[in-house]
Write a protein that binds this ligand. Structure first.
Ligand SMILES: NC(=O)c1ccc[n+]([C@@H]2O[C@H](COP(=O)([O-])OP(=O)(O)OC[C@H]3O[C@@H](n4cnc5c(N)ncnc54)[C@H](O)[C@@H]3O)[C@@H](O)[C@H]2O)c1
Length: 268
């Protein structure tokens, strides 16, 4: 159901790879809520992805940008405003990738150039995106910037590997940049800490099936789906949450505050 929550709002959505992507669902929801936006992804991802279909469905243009390249981000921010006809009201950062995870390196056997690359893509890129927006004065007052994160930033999930450290950094950047964006431009910055979700990035984590079933049994409301995440993001992009900023918001069916559930006890 749509409520016209984003009527007249303009934005940029990073990270729609295929229809399982959280960013894909978010783009469809933002379109249904009346927003116009530009879709972006790394040039390499777009060659394999189906982002063009999404662009057609939502009447959007695609501007390729590697989120680790300041030059490409500056270009994206300039072009997005030109295409959309003004400053931006919302930005979704939905980007994550660990080379150590991809190459099967354990946390205790990291290859540090892999670590650095994964950090740049998954964490520093959020700073780069915001710095491009900030320097170009591209955000409208009371705009909203959201990035996606996972609870491994606070608690240990051994197979989440170096992504745990990347997410801790990402959440810190949201607070730090959120201060300046709030003070100077009345723009809010938050992270959503989402349940495990069956997407390309999610399923790359070793033991993902066990992981997601465990979270399902631990969460009083069950896991939050990609669509649930898109719905929550609509509220954060809307004018109904204008004073929520610099927060890490758990969106996980109650997982993060549950010590143990009856279902999990019964398993033992
Ligand atoms: N799936 C989960 O279990 C889960 C849980 C919590 C948080 N998250 C987070 O949600 C976000 C979205 O992931 P998803 O689960 O939808 O998976 P996904 O694989 O569909 O999306 C990840 C996206 O990152 C993009 N990307 C990678 N390198 C890039 C680069 N250099 N420049 C620009 N884009 C780049 C990919 O092309 C892809 O579109 C990530 O930050 C992820 O860590 C996922």
């Amino acid at each position: 159901m749509a409520y016209n929550l984003l009527k007249g709002k303009r934005g940029i959505i990073f990270g729609a790879l295929d229809e399982k992507s959280i960013a894909w669902k978010t783009a469809l929801s933002a379109h249904a809520e009346g927003a116009t936006f530009v879709l972006t992804n790394a040039p390499i991802a777009m060659r394999m992805g189906q982002i063009k279909e999404l662009a057609e469905q939502t009447g959007s243009q695609i501007i390729p940008a590697d989120a680790t390249s300041v030059e490409e981000l500056d270009n994206l921010v300039a072009q997005a405003q030109e295409i959309l006809g003004g400053k931006l009201d919302f930005v979704l950062h939905s980007i994550g990738m660990s080379v150590n995870v991809r190459k099967g390196r354990a946390y205790t056997d990291e290859k540090y150039d892999f670590t650095a690359k994964g950090w740049d893509v998954s964490a520093l890129s959020f700073h780069k995106v915001m710095q491009s927006l900030y320097k170009a004065d591209a955000m409208n007052e009371w705009g909203s910037i959201v990035a996606l994160t996972y609870m491994a930033a606070q608690r240990v999930f051994p197979d989440y590997n170096d992504m745990a450290d990347n997410k801790a950094y990402l959440e810190s950047v949201a607070r730090s940049f959120g201060y300046f964006f709030g003070k100077e431009k009345n723009v809010r910055v938050n992270t959503i800490s989402q349940s495990p979700t069956p997407t390309t990035a999610g399923q790359g984590v070793k033991g993902f099936d066990g992981f997601i079933s465990y979270a399902e049994k631990m969460s009083p409301l069950g896991n939050a789906s990609a669509q649930d995440c898109a719905d929550y993001t609509m509220t954060l992009f809307s004018d109904l949450t204008r004073k929520v900023t610099m927060q890490n918001l758990f969106h996980d069916g109650g997982f993060s505050n549950t010590g143990v559930s009856q279902e999990v006890i019964e398993k033992f």
